[in-house]
Ligand binder design. Structure first.
Ligand SMILES: Nc1ncnc2c1ncn2[C@@H]1O[C@H](COP(=O)(O)OP(=O)(O)O)[C@@H](O)[C@H]1O
Ligand SMILES: [Mg+2]
Length: 249
């Protein structure tokens, strides 16, 4: 049991080290594991850790707009964006805006069970749209949502526009944190465009599913696009033995 445990820990450590192998950001990488089968810590404990790491790793106020993405569909970036935003609004008592920036396959309106018919897509394309009318208060604490609104099957141009920059700047001033739920990295140019415009990107990978090379490639694509990768969140981490035993070994 001891040796198996050590091997698992070593493999995971090696995996994470490889993801933050470059000297410029290796000391800053935010690597937090989401609970699996035997959670001792609740998801909100884990996400409070993420927030603490952000606050302690980067200068105050320098990371307010955060894009959450993943190498592929289904890795858990939307789930992570929602949990992170909820934790910061509810437990950390911050003013948080969550934006559905996946204009091709939006999901946040379903998660919060609200209408999606007016949102980011309208704000970025319609002259008369006023952002204040688009904020929907959801969940506990000061959590606000901007749904995707008008869908767009080729949204690259609107994320490249100065209007997106201006909108992001205004929201940055209004909220403590702005979390953007984005499509995956590979095959979605808009994710890389947004990645360069926000303060930082968190990459969500799925434990036991995302291959190391795929994760490294996604991280590299983001960096090549000029995005600052803040770190990696390991979603659906599996505990092969109960976590309380891990902690005692
Ligand atoms: N940690 C988790 N625990 C349980 N279910 C999860 C977890 N992460 C993701 N899921 C589920 O997996 C599916 C895909 O997750 P989602 O967050 O939509 O992925 P993505 O946004 O990366 O495509 C959803 O049905 C979601 O509820
Ligand atoms: Mg998603």
């Amino acid at each position: 049991m001891g040796r198996t445990h050590e091997a698992l820990e070593r493999a995971e450590k090696e995996f994470q080290e490889n993801l933050s192998e470059t000297p410029d950001d290796s000391h800053k990488a935010v690597v937090v594991k989401r609970p699996g089968k035997f959670p001792m810590q609740t998801p909100s404990d884990r996400f409070q850790e993420v927030k603490t790491k952000l606050v302690t790793s980067f200068p105050l106020g320098s990371v307010k707009t955060i894009l959450i993405t993943s190498p592929a569909h289904g890795d858990g970036s939307t789930t992570t964006a929602v949990s992170f935003a909820k934790t910061m609004a509810h437990f950390c008592r911050l003013n948080v805006l969550l934006i559905d920036a996946n204009l091709r396959s939006p999901r946040l309106h379903e998660v919060f069970n609200v209408e999606y018919n007016q949102g980011l897509g309208d704000l970025l394309t319609k002259e008369e749209e006023k952002e204040n009318s688009l904020f929907k208060k959801v969940g506990h604490g000061n959590l606000y949502l901007i749904t995707c609104g008008k869908k767009n099957s080729g949204p690259l141009a609107i994320f490249e526009s100065g209007r997106f920059d201006k909108t992001l700047k205004q929201m940055r001033e209004k909220f403590d944190y702005v979390i953007l739920d984005a499509p995956p990295v590979s095959g979605y140019a808009e994710t890389k465009v947004m990645g360069k415009k926000v303060d930082g990107v968190i990459l969500v990978i799925e434990s036991g599913k995302t291959r190391k090379q795929v994760a490294i490639k996604a991280k590299q694509e983001l960096k090549d696009a000029g995005a600052k990768v803040l770190g990696v969140i390991l979603n659906r981490r599996k505990y092969y033995i109960p976590e309380f035993i891990y902690k005692r070994l």
